[in-house]
Design a protein around this ligand. Structure first.
Ligand SMILES: Nc1ncnc2c1ncn2[C@@H]1O[C@H](COP(=O)(O)OP(=O)(O)O)[C@@H](O)[C@H]1O
Ligand SMILES: [Mg+2]
Length: 347
């Protein structure tokens, strides 16, 4: 049988460019060379695509060699210079803006090449917290109480003060303020007073015009890996225990001791089972296929469960939650990759 020609697409314009390089290096290391012919394709920080040299086992960085620039041809796949790039599938592992929000997925769709992971709509919904929550709420799934505000409505100090009072009345205090369409905790702030509200809004509006104001939950952060389509299965749960006040950008990326990852999460069996069940429901409610990580809050005292968000291209390094939870469920890392690519080829 001939090998599967698989492009691994990594890098990208988002703040998670470097994380994507780490995820891709883990994937390249674990793809079975007997099954795949792998073509690494790097997306530069300004969005150009370049075919990369065969991976040499070292840390990955996108090499921008003009002679290796990849062009997309709607309906006819890709080329490098005058050579067609013959591919069976693409595995995008481009976290964040443009790579995870349906845009690259739309481009792959138009190119007519099968790709791994969630499709256009599920990717776009997964990136936009307000829309994802609307759908989950409509399906009776538990989400953190919130309101959505638009930058246009909150131009003056008095408009912001009134919005703060309304939010505290309906949602309580403290609050969380966060951009709807974002990730990596960028622009996310815990707000305990009116004084903190203005700067929090400013930070969030710098990322997106629409912002969520949520009840701050005193909760444990529980995550679940979901893999599959109509037959989707949940793995985990795991727990992220941030050493910071919350799981902020520094805790995620710059502080090596920013969080402990515990797999499996130590939870009562009934809570654990419910979280796994809700993860599949949240995943399927958005029409997700491929794989995703669904993140929850579980009340420290109440044990109440809320779905926080879904990540359709979660971190994929060997120490990342997604592959580790799947491995805890009995799969090997290469088997996780095979399952994801097999699904892409079925599409
Ligand atoms: N409503 C909330 N209650 C408590 N903590 C929250 C809340 N919303 C966000 N957080 C904290 O902020 C972090 C980042 O927020 P999240 O909604 O997961 O956005 P992102 O997509 O940036 O990861 C969470 O992991 C958690 O630590
Ligand atoms: Mg998060």
């Amino acid at each position: 049988m001939s090998k599967i020609r698989l492009a691994v697409l990594f890098g990208g314009i988002s703040g998670e460019h470097e994380v994507s390089c780490l995820s891709a290096a883990s994937i390249l290391k674990n793809l079975d060379p007997a099954r795949y012919e792998v073509l690494p394709v790097g997306v530069s920080k300004t969005g150009q695509w370049y075919l990369q040299p065969a991976w040499n086992g070292r840390a990955l960085a996108v090499i921008e060699n003009p002679s290796q620039e990849v062009s997309v041809h709607p309906g006819r796949g890709f080329s490098v210079g005058s050579h067609r790039l013959v591919l069976d599938a693409v595995f995008p592992i481009t976290h964040g803006v443009q790579g995870e929000d349906g845009k690259i997925q739309g481009l792959l769709e138009c190119a007519g090449v099968p790709y791994a992971g969630a499709g256009v709509l599920a990717s776009a919904l997964g990136m936009d917290k307000a829309y994802a929550k609307l759908i989950w709420e409509a399906q009776g799934l538990p989400v953190v109480p919130s309101v959505v505000v638009d930058e246009k409505e909150l131009q003056t100090d008095s408009e912001r003060a009134a919005a703060y009072q309304r939010a505290v009345q309906t949602l309580g205090s403290p609050l969380f303020v966060k951009p709807s369409n974002s990730g990596s905790s960028v622009g996310v702030t815990k707000v305990c007073s009116l004084d903190e509200f203005g700067p929090a809004l400013k930070a969030a509006f710098a990322v997106d015009r629409r912002v969520l104001i949520e009840t701050a939950i005193d909760a444990r952060e529980i995550e679940v890996a979901v893999l599959g389509g109509a037959d989707a299965r949940a793995y985990g749960p795991g727990e992220v225990v941030p050493t910071h006040e919350f799981y902020d950008y520094e805790a995620k990326y710059t502080d090596p001791d920013g969080a402990d990852l515990v797999i499996p999460a130590v939870l009562e069996a009934a809570v654990s089972a419910r979280v796994l069940e809700l993860a599949v429901k949240a995943y399927q409610a958005l029409g997700t296929t491929g794989f995703a990580r669904v993140d929850f809050f579980v009340g420290k005292a109440s044990k109440e469960i809320w779905i926080n968000e879904i990540n359709t291209l979660p971190g994929f390094t060997t120490i990342s939650m997604f592959p580790r939870m799947a491995m805890h469920g009995g799969m090997t890392y290469p088997q996780v990759l095979d399952a994801i690519v097999d699904q892409a080829l079925l599409k």
